[in-house]
Design a protein around this ligand. Sequence first.
Ligand code: ATP
Ligand code: MG
Length: 401
Amino acid sequence: MFSNALPEDVLYIIKTLNQAGHQAYIIGGCVRDAILHTQPKDWDITTSAKPEETKELFSHTFDTGIQHGTITVVLNHTNYEVTTYRIEGEYEDCRHPSGVTFTKNLQEDLLRRDFTMNAIAYHPEEGYQDFFHGMEDIQAKTIRGVGTPALRFQEDALRMLRCVRFAAQLGFDVEEETYQALSENKELIKKISVERIHDEMEKLWLCHHYEKMPLLWQSGLLGEIDGSFANRLMQRAHNLLEELRKAPKNSVLRWTIVLQDYSPQEAKAFLKKFKFDNESLKGICLLLENINQELPTQGYPLRGLISKLGLEAVEQLITLQEILRPTAPSLQTAQCLHKIVSDGDCLTLKSLAVDGQMLMEMGVPKGKKIGEILAVLLDFVHQNPQGNQKELLLKMAKEHM
Ligand code: ATP
Ligand code: MG
């Protein structure tokens, strides 16, 4: 159905494996997305070849998760994950299989996958290998666990969160037995590492089928992940979904909206608990600290604010204000900011026409005084953007000495 849409590199990988006597198919998200006519993010290949056999066939490969059978093949600067058919052993703790066994049987590999829509293999000549009727489920916009959903969630509890995320990503409904299994096994999510939960929640807030997001708390899953977070979120769920709908797809912005009624201290504890990286943590907390302030609509105070918080943060605050406080004069602030940027106004010490070295040459002693004078000069330039001239500023500095 979509073989002419397959990239040349993918066709080459499949052909090379086939010519060496191995089976090979594209699999998982890329097949699902191609059926849905959305551009796959990446192309994954599943093969009967053992990892060492795959490595022998391609000149540029590296080991990605060799213990799980995954090799990355690099072609034309693009990475393709090629994974050996495998059967997962017993799951001991709702997250890790006790062992992985390679197999020569495609169907066995498909059986270990989470949802029917993710368990369709495709070969450019043979077509679809769809043992679990994933195609029908995709057409009916249904998410259905492969086999017995409860067992699949008990094997790896992250699948429950993936289920909700896929619903919000694709706008699909969760099939009844699968949903039942999810709500009955929700407490198992506690066994999953915060990192894996973070990654899925991160993806969830960036999805655009907002109407499906309530599955996260209505199923009770969020309550198991973090009870107080779930309670706070549910109280303003309706507004939240509307706000997310208006927000650009930016992680820091969306998390700020999600955590908008958290104090910066509460947010910091939450973000640390879920192991956010430092940059995101700082970005979200900075926005939360400033989320309720009136944004200036005049050049002087706005230049000061940009100098203090950074241009990106002020732009994000304007966006947040537009979404959360529609009566605020966001348009004026945005226009003023636009003019400041297009005029190239001096905003920080970096673009000030004088620096510490020049002040020292003029006789200002090294130390605190330099910083004080530079701050006065910068404030002057914020007030008078035309005044960012070396001679004028040095003259002012002299008066301050
Ligand atoms: P996307 O990349 O759009 O998030 P995807 O379906 O490609 O979706 P990946 O996490 O990239 O998801 O995984 C690729 C494939 O591996 C899935 O389609 C599925 O077949 C299988 N898979 C991934 N994670 C799991 C899991 N936890 N349990 C079972 N199968 C999984
Ligand atoms: Mg993928």
